[in-house]
Design a protein around this ligand. Structure first.
Ligand code: AVJ
Length: 347
């Protein structure tokens, strides 16, 4: 039996939220972010069990790998959610409870290339709905590309880019008197512990008004023979994605990780619905960082927890939103029942 880490033991501050493939691009970090990266790495590798925050996957290489992962046959998540958007846009629009003469704001946290959302924007645009689309991302580059793309494909849609941190940007939109629909798709919430997710959703709610909606895309609990291959593809992209974290520590923090002496190991427990990715040291070894007096010892078989990818059901969602101002109003799933988009209503 592999030792299974209790999710409650994972320090909550170490995983923090980010947008996925929009990410931290320009890929040039201000000094304070590099200092934070160093601090997180030193703290995580100094802990037992060892842990590294998954938000650091996404440098230029990590972004490219994630885009390719979304196209993998084993990575069902993106396709399942795309199916919901392309085949159930009518239901989706109904769930938003917006009438055609009511101007509303469709705000998306971490839109990536907006592939799924575009399916809905198309239908809203044709249906003469009055709305602005406000993608929020930390990456100006990702937003510029999305805007350019939408200007060509859906010139009728009014796009207002919001570059910055999710909560700073949401706070800046609080003054508007239009109904809001907030999108957080792709099971990006799955990288958080349930406690972090609860705090995150609570904070989203505090930036919204009663009857506003949060559209939350989550991966559902299902059997290991479906979940595990999504995190262990034979093409080795997920392995490369995971190992890229060590390559990044080498290049940005002057680490001396021998990438060949770590293996990629995903685990999944259907009982709690939690998938965890580890990097496992295949030898006894010591790693150092430039300009740091700390050394990090690894014994053979020792694991670094690099990512949690939580899977959900109604009960878990209800637990998470229990102390927030949201209630489940609708749930849309793909035909196979792999993925769900929950429409949470602010009360
Ligand atoms: C972007 C967080 C939803 O956990 O499934 C893909 C990231 N990690 N393959 C996920 C990821 C490994 C992904 N999320």
């Amino acid at each position: 039996m592999p030792q299974q880490q209790d999710i409650a033991e994972i320090p909550t501050e170490i995983f923090s939220n980010r947008s996925h493939n929009g990410s931290l691009a320009a890929y040039v970090w201000p000094d304070n972010m590099l200092a934070q990266f160093k601090k997180d790495v030193e703290q995580g590798l100094g802990a037992f069990p060892k842990i590294l925050p998954s938000k650091y996957f996404y440098d230029k290489k990590g972004d490219e790998l994630f885009v390719r992962i979304m196209d993998l046959p084993e990575y069902y998540l993106t396709r399942a959610e795309f199916e919901i958007f392309s085949e159930q846009s009518g239901e989706l629009i109904q769930a938003l409870e917006i009438s055609p003469n009511q101007h509303f704001e469709l705000i998306e946290l971490g839109p990536g290339d907006g592939t799924k959302t575009k399916e809905l924007l198309k239908v809203l645009d044709q249906g003469a709905y009055q709305f602005d689309y406000l993608p929020i991302d930390i990456s100006q580059n990702a937003l510029d590309q999305l805007e350019h793309n939408l200007a060509e494909e859906l010139p009728g849609v009014c796009v207002r880019k919001k570059q910055g941190d999710y909560f700073t940007m949401l706070a800046s939109l609080r003054e508007s008197h239009h109904p809001k629909v907030l999108f957080f798709l792709g099971s990006n919430i799955g990288n958080m512990t349930d406690q972090q997710a609860a705090e995150f959703i609570y904070k989203l709610g505090s930036n919204l008004q009663p009857d506003d909606k949060l559209f939350l895309g989550v991966d559902l609990i299902k059997s290991a023979n479906i979940v595990l291959p999504a995190y262990n593809d034979p093409a080795g992209l997920t392995k490369a994605f995971n190992l890229n974290l060590l390559a990044r520590i080498n290049s940005e923090l002057g680490g001396n990780f021998d990438i060949n002496k770590f293996s990629h190991q995903p685990e999944y427990t259907i009982e709690n619905g939690i998938a965890i990715s580890y990097l496992v040291s295949t030898a006894d070894q010591t790693v150092t960082l430039n300009g740091s007096n700390k050394t990090f010892k690894f014994s053979q078989g020792e694991k670094i927890l690099t990512e949690i990818s939580r899977k959900y059901n109604d009960e878990i969602i209800n637990n998470i939103i229990g102390n927030t101002d949201f209630q489940i109003a609708h749930k849309l799933t793909d035909r196979k029942g792999y993925f769900a988009d929950y429409v949470l209503k602010r009360i």
